[in-house]
Write a protein that binds this ligand. Structure first.
Ligand code: HEM
Ligand code: HEM
Length: 177
């Protein structure tokens, strides 16, 4: 029987775990503003944002290893321009998934604030950087602009995947499930 080319189990699992972690990072930070400054709920959501964001970084590093270590199916054939756009989008998504958590960590470190994954005091750490309000502001602004790029490119990427599934019906989505 003809079997479809698929991403490896590791790549498929890590793809959807990254998606889940990004979803949690984005939802926690967007809901945060509903709660008053200084409230426990706000602090908990910010901790969850940091934890989810750091998980994205850990998972994407594993995913890069999985990508190099396993066979990746050849791109589906289509117009050259679209193939190139897909490759560029995938590359940019990798850059964003690595860059966003690093910028978040830098914003906190330059701001003189500790990073506390899972809210556990035992896991509290910070980068050994001298406090610098200007650099903290820059890192935070680039982090915020990066978030807009995340929305745009994840949106485009997911729309393209659903276009393949619903309109082109070429079973592309099944390569990642
Ligand atoms: C892929 C991972 C991440 C994504 C997609 C992400 C996304 C976001 C978004 C959408 C915002 C709100 C921006 C706005 O106000 O317009 C934000 C704010 C912020 N994030 Fe992240 N983030 C990620 C990882 C991290 C990590 C790992 C940290 C730190 C450990 C972090 C620290 C911050 C800080 C300090 C802010 C500003 C909060 C505030 O203004 O109250 N982020 N992030
Ligand atoms: C944070 C969200 C997401 C990120 C960062 C992301 C990232 C990526 C990347 C980088 C690839 C290229 C494969 C690789 O070399 O790793 C990929 C492939 C793929 N993604 Fe996503 N993705 C996200 C969400 C989604 C969603 C929501 C869908 C479906 C609605 C989706 C469907 C697919 C499919 C079908 C492929 C395979 C494309 C192909 O074989 O050409 N992704 N994704």
């Amino acid at each position: 029987m003809h079997s479809e080319p698929k991403y490896s189990l590791a790549m498929r699992t890590l793809h959807w775990l990254v998606f889940l972690a990004v979803l949690i990072a984005v939802m926690t930070i967007e809901i945060l503003d509903v709660f008053p400054k200084g409230s426990a709920a706000r602090a908990a959501l910010f901790t969850a944002h940091q934890t989810a964001g750091l998980s994205v970084l850990a998972l994407i590093v594993l995913r890069l290893f999985a990508r190099w270590g396993t066979r990746v199916p050849a791109p589906v054939s289509g117009p050259r321009l679209l193939e190139r756009a897909a490759r560029l989008t995938h590359g940019l998504l990798y850059v964003l998934m690595i860059g966003m958590p690093i910028l978040g960590v830098l914003a906190l470190a330059w701001g003189g604030k500790p990073i506390q994954p899972f809210g556990l005091t035992g896991l509290t750490w910070t980068l050994p950087l001298a406090q610098d309000k200007t650099l903290a502001g820059v890192a935070r602004q680039v982090h915020e602009s990066g978030a807009t790029l995340v929305y745009i490119f994840v949106g485009l990427h997911a729309t393209a995947a659903l276009w393949h599934e619903c309109i082109l019906k070429d079973r592309l989505l099944r390569r990642m499930i």
